[in-house]
Design a protein around this ligand. Structure first.
Ligand code: ADP
Ligand code: ADP
Length: 227
């Protein structure tokens, strides 16, 4: 079953001399439970694609269907709620709330949705992320790697159907990176989640079910990877 369907998606930034065709007629589908890695040179359109898939930006033309819902026909408010319930975002910028401690940051998307956090799951998540003894600390009392792990915890806390990650291990050392990738794979398998991840790390591409290549705004299915 396809959870994500992308049809003729285009994004053009600017006009005249400054016009950039960042995404050119992207069309592809992703099945529920798939782990897809997105690779491509810097400036090729990967972040543009990910932002559109998450409904964080609007396309110049084309459509994105998530779980059958057409993202760009929803009203802003409806899209905002839909996003919070269905998509976990992990960006390079952590976007933590400085006044909230680690645990509060992690459960925030649930609270914003008036959902009661499953404390056992949150404790387990904090444990796997190595944040148990930091749960009452504020973001500015943490290292970059710890902050990144809080952001990952926040993205996973709602058990979203779709996880969109833009270089989630970009600021972590190789040991932490491996742990974070293992955690994400564990979460994806356990909760039948779908994961789309931009990465420059070739070794993660080999863990994925499928690789999408982006080059000069064109998305190509590079197929599955040898296990
Ligand atoms: P990648 O994530 O692969 O590095 P991006 O999606 O960030 O690539 O960028 C694709 C192209 O779109 C680049 O040429 C970039 O300069 C341009 N671009 C990205 N965001 C904007 C923006 N907000 N305004 C104008 N141009 C942009
Ligand atoms: P929305 O428009 O739904 O409020 P955003 O576009 O701001 O959401 O953010 C996208 C996702 O990131 C949502 O799932 C939201 O819950 C989460 N998010 C954004 N900012 C924060 C934050 N400061 N703390 C916790 N979660 C956040």
């Amino acid at each position: 079953m396809d959870i994500l369907t992308v049809k003729d998606l285009c994004k053009t930034y600017g006009t005249g001399d400054l016009k950039v065709d960042a995404l050119k007629n992207a069309s592809f589908s992703v099945s529920k439970g798939e782990f897809v890695v997105i690779v491509g040179p810097s400036g090729s359109g990967k972040s543009t694609l990910l932002n559109l898939l998450g409904g964080l930006d609007t396309p110049t033309s084309g459509r994105v269907f998530l779980d059958g819902k057409d993202l760009f026909t929803m009203k802003e408010k409806e899209l905002s709620v839909f996003r919070r319930r269905n998509i976990g975002f992990i960006f390079q910028a952590y976007n933590l709330v400085p006044e909230l401690n680690v645990e509060e940051n992690v459960i925030l998307p649930l609270l914003l949705d008036y959902r009661k956090p499953d404390q056992n799951y949150i404790d387990e998540l904090l444990g796997i992320l190595g944040l148990t003894d930091r749960k009452h600390h504020l973001p500015n009392q943490l290292s970059g790697g710890q902050q990144q792990r809080v952001a990952i915890g926040r993205a996973l806390a709602t058990k979203p159907a779709l996880i969109l990650a833009d270089e989630p291990t970009g600021n972590l050392d190789s040991k932490n990176s491996q742990e974070v990738i293992s955690l994400m794979k564990l979460s994806v398998e356990r909760y039948k989640q779908t994961l789309l991840m931009i990465t420059h790390n070739q070794s993660y591409a080999s863990l994925a079910d499928r690789v999408l290549g982006v080059e000069d705004g064109k998305v190509t299915d590079l197929g599955g990877t040898e296990q």
